[in-house]
Write a protein that binds this ligand. Structure first.
Ligand code: NAP
Length: 363
């Protein structure tokens, strides 16, 4: 069967996450970048010119994209909407503006897959990690009926820092996680910066990331929630306490996690649960081009996962976990890691869009 090619646009294509979208989508088997857009400051420029002093990805800018002209996200909505089936949203602007922009695109028959938090708490918008809650996409049907949208819609992915341990929590779901304490140490690319553009981070740690702890404490409850009559019943029996630190790492968010369960699993049960979680994801691996070879890489060595060795596991789409040990205050402790701009942002959004195509939500 010949695979249909879908036309995709990137809103915020010049930023850190936008650049990651450009690299991930340039040779994608299902998606072709038809449109790129950013602020009025960049609109009208060739992509190469707009990012010349801030291209942060490994390798050079893909040639076809380098020569594309940027549109304005807000002023050129009609033109962009005509040229795409899906837009990936990676804008860094005021939440109310993003909410309006995403609604505008959805109302013009565009499926919006967003990295932004603006719609994460909207009850009809699914917040998705494909391996964790693929069934939540059913909300899209109700959303389309509510707004009378035929092909348009809004789907969001959760915050980048919770990806690594949410995957583990899903794998251990049968033991009923009840209490979690997490400290995440987050890379500077999570703030759209590099160590060059943020020299104050060199040798430094900043003990606060605006809004991040609240997101880390609440978003997992929706992602792990149960679909019930076109609504998500949040996992209210789970409580999370989070501390989020910015550290001088370019890419890769690490988390130190303590977790207690309704029934404490044994070490062997945890390993078996991780293995069967990986096996249960085989259909994704076979069907979706961006799915990692296995969702969770587990390490026995005490010194793993390490940012430099493990953030690119599964082409940056896998999460890595190690330091699994029984705790004094919590049943189990572990350390987990995910690449924040791949699994945590652009890659996670691309995988979500692939899932929506496979589920028949994109005509
Ligand atoms: P960024 O590097 O600052 O990029 C921001 C983008 O937004 C640029 O393309 C910029 O265009 C565009 N923009 C700014 N003001 C605009 C306006 N008034 N109208 C239209 N476009 C405008 O930010 P980022 O790190 O890529 O993050 C983008 C979003 O993804 C944020 O909401 C962030 O929270 C989320 N996110 C980031 C990560 C991460 O690891 N970095 C992970 C998950 C989610 P110009 O270049 O023209 O100014």
């Amino acid at each position: 069967m010949v695979q249909k090619i879908y036309r995709v646009g990137i809103l915020g294509a010049t930023g850190m996450v936008g650049q990651r979208f450009v690299t991930l989508l340039s040779n994608h088997p299902w998606f072709e970048i038809s449109t790129i857009a950013a602020s009025p400051r960049s609109a009208g420029k060739l992509y190469a010119e707009a990012v010349k002093d801030r291209w942060s990805m490994d390798g050079s800018i893909p040639e076809r994209i380098a020569n594309m002209t940027l549109y304005s996200v807000i002023d050129d909505v009609d033109v962009i909407a005509d040229e795409v089936d899906i837009v990936f949203c990676a804008l860094a602007i005021d939440k109310d503006m993003i909410r309006d922009i995403e609604m505008m695109y959805a109302s013009k028959n565009v499926l919006v897959v967003s990295n932004n938090s603006a719609h994460r708490w909207n009850s009809e918008v699914p917040m998705m990690i494909p391996e964790v809650n693929p069934e939540h996409s059913a909300l899209l049907t109700a959303q389309r009926a509510q707004y009378d949208w035929h092909k348009g819609g809004i789907v969001v992915k959760p915050n980048c820092s919770i990806q690594s341990y949410l995957m583990i929590m899903q794998a251990l779901r049968e033991f009923k996680p009840r209490k979690v304490q997490v400290t995440s140490v987050q890379a500077v690319s999570g703030a759209g910066k590099t160590l060059t553009t943020w020299p104050e981070m060199d040798g430094n740690i900043i003990p606060y990331i605006d809004g991040e702890e609240k997101k880390s404490q609440h978003e997992p409850l929706k992602v792990l929630g149960v679909l019930d009559n076109d609504r998500i019943r949040a996992a209210e029996d789970l409580r999370i306490q989070a501390t989020c630190l910015r550290v001088p790492i370019s890419d890769g968010h690490t988390a130190s996690v303590g977790i207690s369960f309704e029934r404490k699993p044994t070490y062997d049960e945890i390993i078996t649960a991780i293995d069967s979680f990986n096996t249960s994801n085989v259909p994704f691996i076979e069907k979706l081009p961006s799915a990692p070879d296995k969702a969770i890489y587990y390490f026995d060595e005490q010194t793993r996962p390490q940012v430099l060795l493990d953030r690119d596991n599964g082409k940056g789409m896998a999460v890595s976990v190690g330091r699994l040990r029984e705790g004094e205050l919590f049943d189990w402790e572990f350390v987990s890691l995910a690449h924040n701009t791949i699994r945590g942002a652009a890659g996670g959004a691309v995988l979500t869009a692939e899932l929506l195509v496979a589920q028949g939500f994109v005509e």
